[in-house]
Design a protein around this ligand. Structure first.
Ligand code: PGA
Length: 252
């Protein structure tokens, strides 16, 4: 059985005081039960302080981005080993905002994925189509291209220590959510694609859904066979909203 992973992507929000309040609310409200794991991904400046607040709790720590380089003259970048050093177990790579706003290519995302793994960090590889791509009927093709950048360079085995997040770009921050059936269809496609490389492993990989997930729609999405959790933006910024999704995972 795959565990649920409920991951909060705080994006570029908060302050020292706000992040302390948010994480203490989350840590205090972790639902009872098993079969799920919580994760928060704060902005870089707050990683170390959030790390000390989640230490010993059931909440894991992740970052939102990482350099594909190990160290050196890369002004403004953060090395995978630095994330590990401050207590990150996960890092998001290839979020659609990184791809669209900062021009990250699938090849660069694959390099970040591998660099994170080499430092002992689990990458959360984001894939997803835009509205135009969905309407043009190219959703699966777009997802395949994003997945294959990793599969072709590193093989399916690397997904033994990775998470995938399916995030339809049209659903991110828009209030539009993929229906459970729409999401399931793509999740199933992703798992089938991985299975062509390693059928056993494909059954074990966690595939999260992201895009306007909230307490009200979480149970429906999490009830689908191939949906193993969520990558949550807006609803991860308030402890009670995030915990409502965690509760849905605990009940599923
Ligand atoms: P959202 O963001 O939940 O605000 O739609 C999800 C994400 O971008 O990871």
């Amino acid at each position: 059985m795959r565990e649920f992973l409920v991951a909060g992507n705080w994006k570029m929000n908060g302050s020292t005081a706000a992040s302390e309040a948010l994480i203490s609310g989350i840590v205090a409200g972790v639902p009872a039960g098993s079969g799920f794991r919580l994760l928060v991904c704060p902005p870089f400046p707050y990683l170390a302080s959030v790390a000390s607040q989640v230490s010993g709790s059931a909440v894991a720590l992740g970052a939102q981005n990482v350099s594909e380089h190990e160290f050196g003259a890369f002004t403004g970048e953060t090395a995978p080993s630095m994330l590990r050093d401050v207590g990150c177990d996960y890092v998001i790579v290839g979020h659609s905002e990184r791809r669209a706003i900062y021009g990250e290519t699938s090849e660069q995302v694959a390099a970040k994925f591998m660099a994170a793994q080499a430092a002992g960090i689990t990458p959360i590889l984001c894939v997803g189509e835009t509205l135009e791509e969905r309407e043009a009927g190219t959703t699966n093709k777009v997802i395949d291209e994003q997945l294959d950048a990793v599969l072709d360079t590193a093989g399916a085995a690397v997904f033994a220590a990775a998470v995938i997040a399916y995030e339809p770009v049209w659903a991110i921050g828009t209030g539009l959510t993929a229906t459970p059936e729409q999401a399931q269809e793509v999740h199933q496609h992703i798992r089938a694609r991985l299975a062509t490389g390693n059928a056993d492993l494909a059954q074990k990989v966690q595939i999260l859904y992201g895009g306007s997930m909230k307490g009200e729609n979480a149970a429906g999405l999490l009830s689908m066979r191939d949906i193993d959790g969520g990558l949550i933006g807006g609803a991860s910024l308030k402890a009670s909203d995030f915990l409502a999704i965690a509760e849905a995972a605990a009940q599923s």
